[in-house]
Design a binder for this molecule. Structure first.
Ligand code: PLP
Length: 460
């Protein structure tokens, strides 16, 4: 039809690095649930939050402004890797022999290899201008830790990373990457916090979990007398807002391709990369009458949306982080060890939960083996080895393309390739050697976890 019918890459220039972040709070069709203090269970005050976060980020957390200006200092750093490319997966389409058009936004081109620097850079900047001397954080597989370490080095802030002990031992390269950027990395549980020491006293070989590492990082900031702040790589509204650069660019790039997506797909752990690509398209649905389906994909091993309960739960294992209303597997959730991918958080970003509950977005769960099968197919067609997390989105995109083929539809599919998998060879090795298994998180475990929810007073 047009010349675009033969194009593969849809590129924007530096001037197209977005000047605003999109904040879903402005357009939420359903009212948000209050965020509660973990002890008093009263709505949290800015005072409580200011122990952990600088005021600029707290204001973004609760802002109802639709567009939040991106400071020039942040845009300058974004220019190191943004705008990221949008590609049409022509070779994958051919391999699948599908009439569908498959597009993907390649966030794996950032220096840390994922979408996470989009918020890490912003958070480091706002902390820097507020006088924060060090940032504490947790990391599981190491992607968030390396993104924050990178951002810390750009804005000259110390970064202290509590890394889940099993990952610390199994993923030395991610740790060394963080150290290369200048961060300090500790195997959690550590003896640096009260909570860590209490766990080690019970079991010196405690393998750690993301929930435990969050608790340690929160404690380290909260007990620092204000010099250290805590930084979270997903779940919170300001994080989702920072990630909107993905979708804002993708809107322009789909325009360059002369197409508009029928479905937008992202994998979900805490929800930030999915929200990043999907919310700008949701805005078009809500304000411009577009009808794009928004599809979140989670692992069957950590099925917060598809099997969790929509209720108030703690954000972390030690019950120090705020209580939020979300689809949760319970704050004590520890993912099964046979599971290789990330996406291990027990809950999900509150706005995603509210939108899912009200039917504005859809969710499915993908089993591990089918996910790696899709990852390998994608790698062989397109050349990029995807992060195991991103492979969940690829699985769903391939299934959409195959469904379009059965129905003889020309469906336009857009998915977020949230990161590359070059540091995930151990997971691929486990897949090729046959040691990975499918795992369905049991209903009973969810029921059991619901017995230890916070007893929140009846909410309006
Ligand atoms: C951290 C990570 C995710 C999951 O986090 P979200 O907040 O749900 O986006 C997905 N993909 C990659 C590559 C990641 O590093």
């Amino acid at each position: 039809m047009t010349a675009n019918n033969s194009r593969t890459r849809f590129l924007l220039g530096e001037a197209d690095v977005p000047k605003f972040w999109y904040n879903i709070n402005a357009d939420m069709p359903v009212p948000p649930a209050p965020v509660l203090h973990p002890q008093t269970m009263e709505p949290v005050t800015p005072d409580f939050l200011s122990v952990l976060f600088p005021m600029e980020l707290i204001l973004q957390e609760v802002s109802t402004e639709r567009f939040i200006p991106i400071p020039d200092e942040v845009r300058e750093v974004y220019k190191l890797y943004r705008p990221t490319p949008l590609l049409r997966a022509r070779r994958l389409e051919k391999m699948l022999d599908t009439p569908a058009h498959i597009y993907y936004k390649h966030e794996g081109v950032s220096p840390a290899g994922s979408h996470k620097p989009n918020t890490a850079i912003a958070q480091a900047f706002f902390n820097k201008i507020s006088g924060t001397r060090a940032l504490t954080t947790e990391t599981g597989a190491g992607q968030w830790g390396s993104a924050l370490a990178l951002a810390g080095s750009f804005f000259d802030i110390d970064v202290e990373v509590y890394m889940v002990k099993v990952s610390y031992n199994q993923k030395p390269y991610r740790r060394i990457m963080m150290e290369t950027y200048g961060a300090k990395v500790y195997a959690s549980p550590t003896d640096r916090t009260q909570y860590g020491r209490s766990l080690l006293a019970q079991d010196p070989d405690n393998p750690g979990s993301l929930g435990i590492a969050i608790s340690e990082a929160v404690e380290a900031a909260a007990s620092s007398g204000g010099t250290k702040k805590y930084s979270l790589g997903s779940v919170l509204n300001h994080v989702l807002t920072h990630q909107s650069v993905i979708g804002e660019e993708a809107l322009k790039q789909m325009d360059l391709a002369d197409e508009y997506p029928d479905v937008v797909i992202g994998c979900v752990g805490g929800g930030s990369n999915f929200a990043g690509i999907a919310y700008p398209f949701l805005r078009m649905n809500l304000l411009e009458g577009k009808k794009t389906r928004l599809l979140a994909v989670e692992p069957t091993a950590t099925p917060s949306l598809t099997k969790g309960v929509y209720t108030f739960d703690y954000g972390d294992t030690a019950r120090m982080a705020p209580i939020v209303k979300m689809y949760t597997l319970g704050h004590a959730f520890v993912p099964p060890p046979i599971h290789a991918g990330g996406l291990r958080y027990h809950g999900m970003a509150p706005s995603i939960c509210a939108l899912y509950d009200a039917g504005y977005i859809q969710a499915i769960a993908a089993p591990q083996l089918a996910t790696f099968e899709a990852a390998v197919q994608f790698a062989r067609a397109e050349g990029i080895i995807p992060a195991p997390e991103s492979a969940h989105a690829i699985r769903a995109a391939i299934d959409e393309a195959l469904d379009a083929k059965v129905k003889g539809e020309k469906r336009v599919i857009l998915f977020n390739l949230s990161g590359h998998g070059n540091f995930d060879m151990a997971a691929y090795q486990a897949y090729f050697s046959g040691s990975l298994q499918d795992y369905e998180y049991p209903e009973d475990a969810v029921k059991e976890a619901m017995t230890s929810l916070p007893r929140v007073p009846e909410m309006a």
